[in-house]
Design a binder for this molecule. Structure first.
Ligand SMILES: [Zn+2]
Length: 264
């Protein structure tokens, strides 16, 4: 899909609108042509958060993550001194009901809540960071060969209690299978988190972040520069899981977007 997108980017503005039409939904991505790159890159924000602007075929392209809780209808993107309106399509994500045996994953005590809160702050700090480096694309290589589920956006219930929607793609794989970085970047954070288990967050620049969860081991350290395909750890079943798999999350302007849109 990304290859098609890049091809269409090369074909020009009309093609871009067509290419991204199908992902103009909550959890999708909008690509907005901001004009010739002979001028400096304009500053772009959405909902007060800075937006990635990349160079493609001598044009500036804003790559906007559309929040999962965005309502169908018009969405405003702020570009320097003007606004761009995009129309978001309705999208009904499926419902998923899970029964979890370990009660602490459904209801937490104060100590666990404190831990979750401090971990949330670490993760949010990375997702809302904006490293002002040039970004030359947003396509991603699959972090492992396993079957990619279409579980992004699932509205989840654990033991019949509503929980936040599923903000990533689950890729099934055996315990210990190596996980490769989906794109070059810098390790922004890693740790053993209550829900996400062993987790690595990679900063690809300008708020573009990938997240890898439930790992059995972590082979990188914070601040380390990595290239696409570098092994960052191995598949596991740490955190809130029912079995070994990789939870793969992709983020733009602080919001989770469907990894399927970005994967080659
Ligand atoms: Zn998951």
């Amino acid at each position: 899909m990304t290859k098609a997108l890049i091809l269409l980017l090369l074909l020009g503005l009309t093609a871009i609108a067509e290419a991204t039409e199908q992902s103009l939904r909550p959890g999708g991505i909008a690509m907005i042509d901001l004009g010739a790159a002979s001028d400096p890159a304009p500053a772009v924000t959405h909902a007060g958060k800075p937006v990635l602007v990349m160079l493609a075929d001598d044009r500036w392209i804003a790559v906007v993550g559309i929040p999962l809780d965005a309502k169908a209808g018009e969405l405003t993107i702020d570009v320097a001194d003007y606004e761009v309106k995009i129309t978001i399509a309705e999208h009904a994500y499926r419902e998923q009901r899970l029964t979890v045996e370990n009660k602490s994953f459904v209801e937490q005590n104060q100590e666990q809540l404190d831990r979750i809160w401090s971990e949330r702050k670490i993760i949010d700090a990375v997702l809302n960071s904006f490293t002002a480096v040039p970004v030359d694309g947003v396509s991603l290589q699959a972090p492992l060969k396993g079957a990619q589920s279409s579980s992004f956006g699932y509205r989840r219930f654990f033991n019949d209690q509503p929980r936040s929607p599923h903000k990533g793609m689950d890729i099934s794989a055996a315990n210990g299978e190596p996980i490769a970085a989906a794109r070059g970047g810098v390790i922004a954070a890693s740790g053993d988190f209550f829900f996400n288990g062993n987790t690595v967050l990679v900063d690809h620049g300008q708020g573009f972040v990938t997240m890898y969860c439930h790992m059995s081991e972590i082979d990188v350290v914070e601040g380390q520069a990595i290239s696409v395909g570098d092994i960052i750890g191995a598949v596991g079943a740490t955190g809130r899981v029912t079995g070994p798999h990789l939870h793969f999350g992709t983020y733009l302007n602080g919001t989770a977007v469907d990894p399927a849109i970005l994967l080659d």
